[in-house]
Design a protein around this ligand. Structure first.
Ligand code: SF4
Ligand code: SF4
Length: 266
């Protein structure tokens, strides 16, 4: 049987999701032997511009060059898989979307108010092209990624988590850091799959896996954290670290900015 042809690509990001695939150490060689690898930047300089059965893409679309590359990848592949929070929703580089003009950001970071990189407001892949599967995380989880890849090899789409981190936290009987330590935990609105790693270490969830799509009640989370004495701007900034492009969080940001008289800068 012909092996599926795959490519693993990066747009704007840290490369951490490709690295997590490489971190599948124990099974990596076996796993990769099932595929015909046409491009995998972090393991080899070999590249072949052929059609692909599956393209794995990490990183956000943050430049015109990213967008060109993404469209070329989409045109080459049958299945496009977004790996990691950046590829799903823009990641931490989207944190200031809608709050600060791109040129203002260039000035703050590079000292010149000039579009030297053809920058775009950072967004996930699905803002521009059809995405067949999203694997969340910052970075992605090894086991979840392995499950997804093996399901696809069997011709199935993998099951996806549709409940919050709180469920995993309760199943593991971790003390609730929100209730017991008053820490601003985003577990109620963030999609499970990490095994409630941070609460398990006594830390609040800061939302690296992104919100549970169409289910996350960010307004209720805001109310809970306000009742704990947190300032609303602090809460919204916290939610925006990984989830700034999420509709509910964009709405809340806008209401709070209007209330504080800062208005919209888009
Ligand atoms: S610690 Fe966080 S994730 Fe765990 S139950 Fe409390 S709010 Fe939910
Ligand atoms: S607990 Fe939250 S921040 Fe920590 S790994 Fe899980 S989703 Fe990410």
């Amino acid at each position: 049987m012909e092996r599926p042809k795959i490519g693993v690509f990066s747009l704007t990001g840290c490369g951490g999701d490709q690295l997590m695939i490489l971190n599948l150490e124990d099974v990596l060689l076996d796993l990769l032997s099932y595929f015909d690898i046409k491009d995998f930047q972090e393991i080899s300089s070999f590249k072949e511009d052929s059609d692909l059965d599956i393209a794995f893409v990490e990183g956000s679309v943050s430049t015109k060059q990213d967008l060109r590359k993404l469209k070329e990848i989409r045109a080459r592949c049958k299945m496009l898989i977004a790996i990691g929070n950046c590829a799903i929703s823009g990641g931490i580089q989207a944190m200031k979307n809608g709050q600060m003009e791109i040129l203002e950001r260039m000035k703050r970071v590079y000292g010149i108010e000039e579009d030297i990189y053809g920058v775009l407001e950072p967004k996930g892949l699905s803002a521009y092209v059809k995405v067949d599967l999203e694997i969340p995380g910052c970075p992605i989880e090894k086991e979840e990624t392995l499950r997804a890849i093996t399901s696809i090899l069997h011709g199935d789409m993998p099951d996806q988590f549709d409940y919050p981190v709180c469920v995993e936290c309760k199943l593991k009987e971790y003390p609730c850091v929100l209730i017991e330590k008053n820490l601003p935990c985003l577990g109620p609105i963030i999609v499970a799959g990490c095994g409630a790693r941070c609460p398990g270490l006594g830390l609040p969830c800061i939302g690296c896996r992104g919100p549970i799509k169409e289910e996350a009640n960010a307004a209720a989370e805001l109310e809970v954290l306000l009742s704990k004495g947190y300032d609303e701007e602090h809460i919204v900034n916290l939610m925006r670290i990984f989830c700034a492009n999420f509709g509910e969080i964009k709405k809340i940001t806008e209401i709070i900015r209007r209330r504080s008289g800062k208005g919209r800068q888009e």
